[in-house]
Design a protein around this ligand. Structure first.
Ligand code: GRF
Length: 214
């Protein structure tokens, strides 16, 4: 995979129109950045469905504004993580999803989902992985006193925040930064790189598929 300082759709080779499904737990600003990128004619994709797990999540309003169907799968109503993930897989398949985009999905996913969409699930994490995996990554970066942090889009594998890195953006820590201030600058970079990461993953996957066939 490539690391790009400034992702530019104009330089990407074409790829087939992607059918994507988004998984989100809360605000959904990354969902909106992806939907906007599609509407603006940059990312060649269609969002088939948004799956959310928290009733009242703001992502639903954003999905409605973009005319994207949303489905609530409340994890509290499932006996196990695997049962929830099976319902997610069923919903994604019902909506003909090919690529799964985790955008602020705050649940650990299991092999039930990962195997069903092998190498076709992306996640965004608010740090420069492999630093600061897990929860409260922005807080962890501040506590560690690093001068540069950022965000990472990666493929999802069973180990949390550990899959192949697709794209990263660096964000400097400023003297006197708060978690909120730093988080909001990281968010701005997430919105910039996530649509590009989806295109890059798809382009590389086409190439990998070609290689496997030859
Ligand atoms: C982002 O900071 C992302 O890195 C993390 O969850 C947050 C989601 O934000 N995984 P939003 O819901 O897209 O606004």
């Amino acid at each position: 995979m490539v690391a790009l300082i400034s992702p530019d759709f104009a330089e990407f080779p074409p790829h087939p129109r992607l059918k994507i499904g988004v998984m989100a737990s809360g605000s959904g600003s990354n969902f909106e950045a992806i939907a906007q990128s599609i509407q603006d004619g940059h990312l060649n994709a269609e969002i088939q469905v948004v799956i959310y797990n928290n009733p009242g999540a703001k992502v639903v309003d954003r999905a409605n504004r973009f005319g994207v169907p949303s489905v609530l799968l409340n994890h509290r109503e499932f006996a196990s993580r695997e049962d929830l993930d099976q319902a997610i897989v069923d919903t994604l398949k019902q909506h003909s999803v090919e690529w799964v985009i985790m955008a602020g999905w705050m649940r650990i996913v299991t092999p039930v989902l990962i195997e069903a969409f092998r190498d076709r699930i992306l996640n965004i994490h608010p740090s420069l992985l492999p630093s600061f995996k897990g929860n409260r990554a922005v807080d962890q970066a501040l506590q560690a006193g690093v001068q540069i942090t950022g965000c990472t889009v990666h493929l999802v594998v069973p180990e949390v925040d550990s899959g192949k890195i697709i794209i990263q953006a660096a964000v400097p820590v400023i003297e006197g930064d708060t978690v909120e201030a730093l988080q909001s600058r990281i968010h701005a970079q997430e919105h910039r790189i996530y649509p590009a990461a989806i295109a890059i993953a798809a382009i590389h996957s086409v190439t990998d598929d070609d290689r496997h066939q030859s």
